[in-house]
Design a protein around this ligand. Structure first.
Ligand SMILES: [Zn+2]
Length: 279
């Protein structure tokens, strides 16, 4: 893989080439994002992902081929159904452009190599996990299974993380999450009689899968960012709605995205700071 090092960002790269490359990556990303919308919508309802063509959620009219262009169609239609005029959720173009932007960001940070291609697949899976958990408070085990399986091509085609790091990475966050979940379950049952955990099993399995893919350092960074962002949003949510129950998955997904892009750099920066001689 060494011959591909810094393929995008070296002294010979023309700015025009970079612009064209990122434009194509973004357009490809929003097309994949369009499919992610279908998955986020249909997977919780156990509907076929390919059988039925896209239709308006209000009037059921089949969407015309010319209105299926990601992001752009939504803008041209001013967010309204061509047939019944009912509003089309702004979330569709948001998911599409988010996926496109994450692909661009991934190639920008990690350059063009096996690692960044795997990271792009991970970004799309994280978008599915995050939005589905936000909607249903449930993390889909098929999607988490795919994240875990990504560790196989990562182990074959990249050499950044050793097998030992993958095994430790899988357990270093998921195990404490599991223990905290089980202990909280006992306390919550005693206090309220309800049966739920402070950290759900879905979140635990997500960190297991992502840990196997990212390795020890990056998954610790992922967890820290995920927990801090969730804590901030949780406090705001508690203040606004009075409820302390909210989906953890979207924030863990953001944390994992940070971990895959900058995890090793952040961890090494921190370790260097600890071991640097005092001036
Ligand atoms: Zn309609």
């Amino acid at each position: 893989m060494l011959e591909f090092e810094n393929m995008l960002h070296n002294e010979f790269t023309e700015p025009q080439f970079l612009f064209l490359f990122y434009a194509i990556v973004f357009l490809f990303g929003i097309c994949v994002g369009s499919f992610l919308n279908v998955v986020i919508l249909r997977l919780p309802r156990h509907e076929s992902l390919i059988k039925r063509s896209s239709h308006c959620m209000t009037c059921g009219t089949k969407i015309r081929a010319c209105d299926l262009i990601p992001v752009f169609s939504w803008i041209f239609l001013r967010g309204k159904c061509h047939s019944c005029g009912e509003k089309i959720s702004v979330r569709y173009p948001i998911v599409e452009s988010l996926n496109g932007l994450m692909y661009v960001l991934t190639f920008y940070v990690l350059d063009f190599n096996a690692e960044s291609i795997i990271a792009c697949v991970l970004m799309s899976l994280l978008i599915i996990v995050g939005f589905m958990d936000w909607d249903t408070m449930e993390i889909d085990m098929i999607v988490v299974g795919l994240i875990f399986l990504l560790a196989v091509p990562a182990a074959i085609f990249t050499d950044k993380v050793s097998l030992g790091q993958r095994i430790i990475g899988a357990f270093i966050i998921s195990l404490p999450f599991y223990v905290i979940g089980e202990i909280s379950r006992i306390f919550i049952r005693k206090k309220t009689g309800e049966d739920f955990r402070a950290i759900e099993l879905g979140d635990t399995v997500l960190m297991f899968a992502a840990g196997a893919l990212l390795g020890t350092k990056a998954i610790i960074v992922s967890a820290l960012f995920g927990i801090v962002i969730a804590a901030i949003v949780g406090c705001i949510n508690k203040y606004v709605t009075g409820s302390s129950k909210f989906a953890f998955g979207p924030f863990l997904s953001i944390g994992i995205a940070i971990g895959v892009l900058w995890g090793d750099r952040i961890a090494n920066w921190y370790l260097n700071m600890l071991t640097a001689p005092i001036q």
